[in-house]
Design a protein around this ligand. Structure first.
Ligand code: SAM
Length: 349
């Protein structure tokens, strides 16, 4: 039998492969192996989660950032970024809009904005939990101290998304300025996990300088860390960053890796990301069909959406917009899935 297909079969059966074989699988993937992995990943997800897809309402509450990541449109050196920060009332108004639409998880994402001290952020989290005790609050606000993560957890935050970005030290250095380190990123992730957050990590597919060996290290890191959630999406260039001329990541490779990640971590919560939907016309649906089980429509106010520009042409309308969740429900139904209002906690212990 075709060697690549044999590797794919072994991955589907054993939920792992040695690094050298993962490398061969990535490098020499072919349409036959990809469609096999896609079917296996989707069938596995169906066995665990059924036909249900969890919705998360994404609230991009600040685009101020003290960091200068070379790939990101809201990096501090981008003078063209129009900065904004939502008030507590504005964030609560987003939740008020989302709740009747069926959202039971609110994801507060932002740049690393020092204005949001522990005190302010804890107040915000507590206010959401007080108004909506049956909802989960997910934070995605970057690197903070362990004490800060603990305070936010005590204030009611349930989950935390912090992509590790790349598990390869030398690659991390090529994507970030010297003051940021992989070591700190990973110790933040460990702290989040230890405190008791449902923790998410992840990476961009096709970020500048990424090699197949880097991807294998990313997959190995995921397998070892056993996160509750994994966010991956293609790298997409942004015109005001130092990486403006770098090509976008591949949609095909992103879909392939979604299937591989589902098979490596059967119970993981895996979103079909906005970046994938931006790159491919049916990216969201394709992502689900390759093993994803979460979608995160945008609940931010209209004018904020136009300013949270991590990359060019970022989708925030149509089925990507929370207020049009009926379009999303319809597109999921068309491929045999149902968007659910459930909080959608992780099954990973
Ligand atoms: N500041 C927080 C952090 O660092 O985790 C959360 C916000 S950050 C903008 C969220 C994610 O956006 C990053 O983890 C990164 O992977 C992704 N991102 C940033 N720029 C991107 C780009 N040009 N293409 C695709 N994804 C990008």
């Amino acid at each position: 039998m075709n060697h690549i297909l044999e590797l794919a079969e072994r991955l589907a059966q054993t939920h792992d492969l040695p690094d050298d074989e993962l490398l061969v699988l990535i490098r020499r993937r072919n349409p036959g192996a990809s469609s096999f992995l896609k079917a296996e990943a989707r069938a596995l997800c169906d066995r665990i989660y059924g036909k249900e897809i969890y919705l998360r309402g994404l609230i991009e509450f600040t685009n101020f950032c003290k960091n200068d990541c070379y790939y990101c449109g809201i990096r501090k050196s981008n003078r063209r970024a129009e900065r904004y920060r939502l008030t507590q009332e504005e964030v609560l108004a987003c939740c008020d809009m989302g709740y009747p639409l069926g959202f039971r998880t609110f994801v507060l994402q932002g740049g690393e904005d020092p204005w949001f001290t522990d005190e302010r952020l804890c107040k915000l989290v507590a206010a959401i939990k007080k108004r909506y005790p049956d909802c989960a609050v997910t934070l995605s606000v970057g690197e903070r101290s362990r004490e800060s993560y603990q305070r936010l957890f005590d204030a009611g935050a349930d989950r935390y998304l912090l992509r590790h970005e790349t598990a390869t030290e030398s690659h991390y250095k090529k994507l970030h300025p010297p003051e940021l380190s992989l070591k700190n990123r990973l110790s933040c992730l460990q702290a989040l996990r230890d405190i008791g957050y449902q923790t998410g990590c992840g990476f961009m597919v096709g970020s500048p300088f990424q090699t197949s060996e880097d991807l294998v290290r990313d997959l190995r890191f995921l397998k070892e860390f056993q996160p509750h959630m994994v966010g991956i999406g293609p790298y997409l260039s942004q015109r005001d960053t130092p990486f403006r001329a770098e090509p976008n990541g591949s949609g095909e490779l992103t879909l392939f890796l979604l299937s591989v990640i589902r098979l490596l971590l059967p119970e993981v919560l895996l979103p079909a990301t906005t970046a994938l939907g931006t790159l491919l016309p049916r990216g969201r649906e394709e992502g689900i069909l390759c093993g994803a089980n979460v979608v995160m429509p945008n609940l931010s106010p209209e004018d904020a959406r136009g300013k949270y520009l991590l990359y060019d042409n970022k989708l925030s309308s149509g089925a990507e917009a929370a207020e049009s969740v009926f379009l999303l429900r319809e597109s999921l139904e068309n491929i045999g899935y149902r968007a659910v209002a459930a909080k959608g906690d992780s099954l990973v212990s």
